[in-house]
Design a protein around this ligand. Structure first.
Ligand code: F6P
Length: 367
C-alpha cells in the first residue's frame, strides 16, 4: 500500500526518546516512501483543535538528542471522554471522537502514528475500531507496557536514578545517614529495581511487594550493628506498606484529569524509620528529572528502530498494531491484546531473585 501522507502524535506524560521516534518516522516516510508527514500537536487534543505542523527531514535534523517532544503532549484531551468545565464550574464529559475522525479525513491522512503509554494506546485502539488506520508506538519511563521487552525512555530514567543514587551514596556515607530516594513507578517498580541494583541500594521497595516498616528497620539495624549506620533506600512512588494505601498528593489532584498525583512515600517512610531507630534520615524525590533531558544511546536506537518499523508496517497496511521490542527484533503486536494490561514485575522474576540473593531487602521477611 502506498502511503502518501501520514500523521503522528505524542500523548500522555513525556519521556526521553520521543523526538528520536518522530525523527525516524519523518525520515523513513519521506526518504523511503516520498510521503508527507504531519505532526499533530498536544496529543489527541490537536486533532480537535486542528493544530498541526509539517515535519520535514531538515526540520527534524537536530532533534535526535533533544528531550521532550517537539509536538507537545498532554494527559488530558481524550476525544472519547473530553473533560471540560461548563459555565457553572462543573466538569462536563463529552464524546468528540467523530469530530477528530472528520479532521483526520480532512487532512487526507493514510495513517496515524500514536506514540504513547497505556492510556494513549487505548485511545488509539478505539479510533482503530472506528475505522482509522492506527499504529501504536510504546512509550513510558515506567516500562510497564505489556507485549514489549522495553519501552523507550525507561533506560534513560534508570540512568538518571542510578546517577542520583551514586551521589546519595557519598553524602550518606559521610554523614552516617539513612538516605531515601523516591523514584517514579506508579504501578510497577522497574525503575526502582533496576536503578536500585545498579546504584547499590540496601533496600528497594516496589509496588509489587507490599513492605513492612519493621523489615526495613531490621535491615538498617543489622547494618548499623555491623558497623555501618549508613543505608540507602530506593522506593518507587507506588510502593505501599502492607495493608496501607498509595500515598498521593491530594492537594495536587487534577480535577479535570481525575487521576491522583502520586508522591510522598519517601517522606512517609522517613518518618516511620525515625520513630523506630536513632539515625538521621533524609529523603530526595527525583520526580520529573527522570522524564526530562537527552535520551541515552539505548533509547535513541530503540526509538529510531520503532519509528522506522512503524512506517514500514503502515506501508504494508498493517494497522491496529503496536510496534514492540522482542529482543533482538522489532515486531508487531495487536493493539487489542494490550487493553488494560499493566506489566508489573513478576514476583518470580530473576531480577527480584538477584536483588535478594545479594542481600538487598525488599521490605519483606527475606533479607
Ligand atoms: O506514567 C509515567 C509517570 O512518570 C508516572 O510514573 C508518574 O506517576 C506520572 O508519570 C507523573 O505524571 P505527571 O506528569 O502527570 O506528573
Amino acid at each position: 500500500m502506498a502511503i502518501k501522507k501520514v500523521g503522528v502524535l505524542t500523548g500522555g506524560g513525556d519521556c526521553s526518546g520521543l523526538n528520536a521516534v518522530i525523527r525516524a518516522i519523518t525520515r523513513t516516510a519521506i526518504i523511503r516512501h516520498n510521503a508527507q508527514v504531519v505532526g499533530i500537536e498536544n496529543g489527541f487534543e490537536g486533532m480537535l483543535t486542528k493544530e498541526y505542523m509539517e515535519l520535514t527531514v531538515s526540520g527534524t535534523k537536530d532533534i535526535l538528542t533533544l528531550g521532550g517532544t517537539i509536538l507537545g503532549t498532554t494527559n488530558k484531551g481524550n476525544p472519547f471522554e473530553f473533560r471540560e468545565y461548563d459555565d457553572a464550574g462543573n466538569i462536563r464529559v463529552s464524546n468528540y471522537a467523530d469530530k477528530a475522525i472528520e479532521n483526520f479525513h480532512q487532512l487526507g491522512l493514510d495513517c496515524l502514528f500514536v506514540i504513547g503509554g497505556e492510556g494513549t494506546l487505548e485511545i488509539g485502539y478505539k479510533f482503530f475500531q472506528k475505522g482509522l488506520p492506527v499504529i501504536g508506538i510504546p512509550k513510558t519511563i515506567d516500562n510497564d507496557l505489556d507485549k514489549t521487552d522495553y519501552t523507550f525512555g525507561f533506560q534513560t530514567a534508570v540512568q538518571v536514578a542510578c546517577d542520583a543514587m551514586d551521589r546519595l551514596q557519598t553524602t550518606g556515607r559521610s554523614h552516617d545517614r539513612v538516605m531515601i530516594l523516591e523514584v517514579m513507578g506508579r504501578n510497577a517498580g522497574w525503575i526502582a529495581l533496576e536503578a536500585g541494583i545498579a546504584g547499590g541500594a540496601h533496600i528497594i521497595l516496589i509496588p509489587e511487594i507490599p513492605y513492612k516498616v519493621e523489615n526495613v528497620v531490621r535491615k538498617i539495624q543489622f547494618r548499623k550493628e555491623g558497623g555501618s549506620p549508613f543505608s540507602i533506600i530506593m522506593v518507587a512512588e507506588g510502593a505501599c506498606e502492607d495493608g496501607g494505601d498509595l500515598i498521593t498528593q491530594a492537594t495536587a489532584m487534577d480535577r479535570l484529569q481525575g487521576v491522583p498525583q502520586l508522591g510522598g512515600v519517601g517522606t512517609y517512610l522517613a518518618e516511620q524509620i525515625k520513630k523506630r531507630i536513632d539515625l538521621e534520615v533524609r529523603t530526595t524525590v527525583l520526580g520529573h528529572i527522570q522524564r526530562g533531558g537527552s535520551p541515552n544511546a539505548f533509547d535513541r536506537v530503540l526509538g529510531t528502530r520503532l519509528g522506522a518499523y512503524a512506517v514500514e508496517a503502515a506501508s504494508e497496511g498493517k494497522f491496529g498494531n503496536m510496534v514492540a521490542l522482542k529482543t533482538p527484533d522489532v515486531v508487531l503486536v495487536a493493539l487489542k491484546d494490550l487493553a488494560g494490561k499493566v506489566r508489573k514485575i513478576p514476583l518470580t522474576s530473576q531480577l527480584i531473585q538477584t536483588a535478594e540473593a545479594i542481600g538487598i531487602n525488599m521490605g519483606r521477611e527475606i533479607w
